[in-house]
Design a binder for this molecule. Structure first.
Ligand code: G1P
Length: 291
């Protein structure tokens, strides 16, 4: 079954980045020269998926505009002969089709996924969270699609975290059944310390079978009074098998100020034009710290 659609929830208020996010969506904050949402969309496209379903809220139109055709800008760049910039501006929007669905109330991640049911329909799909940026040679979504192809069951991306951090994540318990692949026996959203021995934390990448929608419909508000995707997945694993996959790559929590800075440094070092200069600059900076 070929997966064609990726759901990207972008309705969150971005309060952790206020005042930067007072008038612009957090997904439009820039890392080096692209908004964070573009890295996410590029990962999805590089994994072979072209249909993006954005779950939006009011104040998020800048994201839709970013991936849209901009007549004024493109005409201007064309008239000025700025072909490289024109190509850059057109590139990503020419590769994807974007559909937006409104999440009318902030009722949680599970609810954000639920509102996409009429657009996604009865087929498996991918969910990618914009706060989790993954730098990997093989795109993280692509790695997950390979696991889905093999098992034909839903897959969540996981990463090992320290026991002190488990309460910040959805945690998966399970047994390793293949290299990096776990068969899930239980999921707990933001477990209280000491309530699980597992340290496999869900990172914002999911491949979901459409049966998740039925589970979401039955899911009551959980942690924080929100409808949690993790809780719906815990009902799904009672009905069918569910797998967790420890992806290969480096993950940055771009929804957190420190993680955002780490992502900026990482992607600046990898930038084809700036990387070399930036590395030299950092080396100098580090040597000054030593004095
Ligand atoms: C969400 C999910 C959580 C997951 C996390 C990954 O939580 O509910 O299960 O571990 O994303 O970033 P949030 O960070 O939105 O509180």
């Amino acid at each position: 079954m070929k997966i064609k659609k990726a759901v990207v929830p972008v309705a969150g208020l971005g309060t952790r980045f206020l005042p930067a996010t007072k008038a612009i969506p957090k997904e439009m904050l820039t890392i080096v020269d692209r908004p964070t949402i573009q890295y996410i969309v590029e990962e999805i496209v590089a994994s072979g998926i072209k249909e993006i379903v954005l779950v939006t809220a009011s104040g998020k139109s800048a994201i839709e505009n970013h991936f849209d055709y901009s007549f004024e800008l493109e005409t201007f760049l064309g008239q000025k002969g700025k072909w490289d910039l024109l190509r850059e501006v057109r590139h990503i929007s020419s590769l994807i089709e974007v559909v937006s669905v409104r999440q009318k109330e902030p009722l949680g991640l599970g609810h954000a996924v639920k509102v996409t049911e009429s657009v996604v329909g009865n087929e498996p799909f991918v969910v990618v969270l914009g706060d989790d940026m993954v730098d990997a040679e093989v795109p993280c979504v692509f790695q997950m699609l390979r696991v889905f192809e093999k098992f034909q069951e839903s897959v969540v991306a996981v990463q090992k975290v320290s026991p002190e951090e488990t309460h910040n994540y959805g945690i998966v318990e399970g047994e390793e059944v293949a290299d990096r692949v776990y068969k899930v026996s239980r999921l707990i959203e933001k477990p209280a310390p000491g309530t699980t021995r597992s340290n496999l934390a869900i990172i914002g990448r999911y491949v979901l079978r459409p049966e998740i929608y039925g589970c979401l419909a039955r899911t009551l508000p959980g942690v924080g009074g929100e409808i949690q995707l993790t809780d719906a997945l815990d009902s799904l694993r009672r009905e069918r098998e569910l797998y967790a996959y420890a992806f290969v790559g480096k993950r940055y929590d771009a929804g957190d100020k420190f993680g955002y800075l780490q992502a900026t440094v990482n992607f600046a070092l990898e930038h084809p034009e700036l990387g070399g200069r930036f590395k030299e600059y950092l080396k100098r900076l580090v040597s000054e710290f030593k004095d």
